[in-house]
Design a protein around this ligand. Structure first.
Ligand code: PLP
Ligand SMILES: N[C@@H](CCOP(=O)(O)O)C(=O)O
Length: 462
């Protein structure tokens, strides 16, 4: 399997090369040159299998030239052995045809662990084989950073620098990033918002002297391996509700468009997904765009679902690539226009997007009210991001097709918002109960590319 850039001007790479490369050298995002398709029989055969076996069968066609079969099975086994739930991604029924897919039973209590635990293992095997080392720089609105630090801490071949927006992540998220004592992980609190952090990461990839000098690698959803790992739970949940003999729909709380794009890949692989519903908070660029208003940046407003406080959704570029008929030049042109504020989506591309995606938005009041009503009606305490999803899903679900909403984080990561909405304080799992006593290590830094690059150069181990 070869990997190509959304902007059409970068070298084609193998899975392993694309994974270690991060952003393509033309500024685009890597995608498989062809999306493998599973037959109905192959999908039906997934029902009842352990999560790890489903993961192997779904991901193998994407990675097969880069890893041996047994090696990849071992990687998957190690990635998910630390999860707190035997099913890894259990499904709970909320009401007659609305289900919650719980994705927060990993080490850092958010869906990011599914991909990050896997790519931690993949990087380790690939770097050891090559005798190489890398510097990972990541941007986070809270969950990617904590999952990355957990997955890579203590590894000799990797230094990790995580940029997060100062004052705009929850205290639990911040402490998950600032309390690990391992010398190879570094939390940087940037005076800016998530979009500033993400822009800085992409600028570092586009600065080839810096990129090559520090051997830069990325673990944001820039990295296709992140998206791939997230495709698996669309399959595991859909087959448990009767796919491929029965269609399902998904609602996905969305910020950087990585998780829902994984659903798009699952659909292209043959999973009978009827609708993919984008659920945004008040930072609603994706909902505005899918409603026909063009893709125009607004100001990022802090919300009770801070992980989704994003205005430039990195992976939307991948969806646009397909909507524009796999035409890299068209995508490059749109991304140029984005630099000066935004762009209108062509009629043909809008039709292609609307064939697959619906969208909705939840205000702050609606998010808090949904936390409260979900507890009252279904006895489930949900995080604010999940609440955004539930609210939008209820507006889009039909009587005929089961709706699965992705529960993307544990409520205990956002105790203030959850308590404000429900009056209930969600406790951390016992293994994290001393999180508030651990000492923190963090560098506050200006939103200045040069200053961030200097800091990184001064702190890498080799
Ligand atoms: C808890 C939570 N929910 C939802 C999202 C949105 O996911 P994505 O950025 O893949 O759209 C994020 C951040 O990515 C998150 O951390
Ligand atoms: N919500 C994310 C933002 C980064 O998204 P990614 O999927 O591209 O890593 C976070 O929690 O950091």
């Amino acid at each position: 399997m070869k990997y190509i850039s959304t902007r059409g001007q970068a070298p084609e790479l193998s899975f392993e090369e694309a994974m270690l490369t991060g952003l393509a050298r033309d500024g685009g995002l890597y995608l498989p040159a062809e999306i493998p398709v599973l037959s109905n029989d192959e999908i039906a055969a997934l029902a009842g299998l352990p999560y790890e076996e489903i993961a192997f069968r779904v991901m193998w066609p994407f990675v097969s030239g880069s890893f041996a079969e047994d090696e990849f099975k071992g990687i998957i086994a190690r990635a998910y052995e630390g999860f707190d739930h035997a099913a890894r991604a259990p499904l709970k029924q909320l009401n007659e045809n609305h289900f919650l897919l719980e994705l927060f039973h990993g080490p850092t209590l958010a869906f990011k662990d599914f991909a990050m635990q896997l790519i931690g293992q993949l990087f380790q095997v690939a770097l050891q084989r090559r005798g190489d080392r890398v510097t990972i720089v990541g941007a986070t609105s809270g969950d990617t950073g904590s999952a990355a630090i957990e997955a890579f801490r203590g590894l000799d071949a990797v230094d990790v620098f995580i940029l997060f927006p100062h004052g705009r992540v929850s205290e639990v998220q911040r402490r998950q990033m600032t309390t690990p004592a391992d010398g190879n992980v570094h939390a940087l609190a940037v005076d800016g918002d998530f979009d500033d952090c993400q822009a800085a990461v992409k600028d570092m990839f586009n600065d080839f002297d810096f990129r090559d000098g520090v051997r830069l690698a990325g673990v944001n959803s820039i990295n296709f391996a992140r998206v791939l790992a997230q495709v698996v739970y669309y399959f595991s949940s859909a087959v448990s509700l009767g796919a491929p003999h029965r269609k399902v729909s998904f609602t996905v709380p969305t910020g950087n468009f990585g998780d829902i794009f994984a659903g798009y890949i699952a659909k292209r692989m043959g999973l009978p997904i009827e609708r993919l519903v984008v659920a945004t908070n008040q930072n609603d660029i994706l909902h505005r765009c899918l409603s026909g208003d063009g893709y125009y940046k607004g100001e990022t407003i802090p919300s009770v679902s801070p992980s989704m406080d994003i205005q430039v959704s990195s992976n939307f570029e991948r969806a646009l690539y397909y909507a524009y008929g796999e035409e890299g030049r068209a995508v490059a042109q749109l991304m140029d226009e984005l630099k000066s504020g935004g762009f209108d989506v062509s009629q043909g591309a809008m039709e292609a997007l609307r064939e697959v995606f619906d969208s909705g938005r939840a205000s702050e009041e609606e998010t808090l009210a949904t936390i409260k009503s979900t507890l009252a009606r279904s006895a489930e305490l949900v995080c604010p991001h999940t609440a955004v999803g539930i609210k939008v899903a209820e507006e889009h679900r039909s009587a005929e097709t089961p709706m699965i909403t992705l529960a993307t984080a544990h409520p205990a990561k956002f105790p203030a918002a959850v308590e404000q909405a429900s009056g209930v304080h969600p406790p951390l799992p016992p293994r994290m109960s001393d999180l508030y006593e651990r000492s923190e290590r963090v560098t506050r830094i200006a939103n200045d590319l040069g200053a961030i690059q200097e800091h990184i150069k001064g702190h890498i181990s080799a």
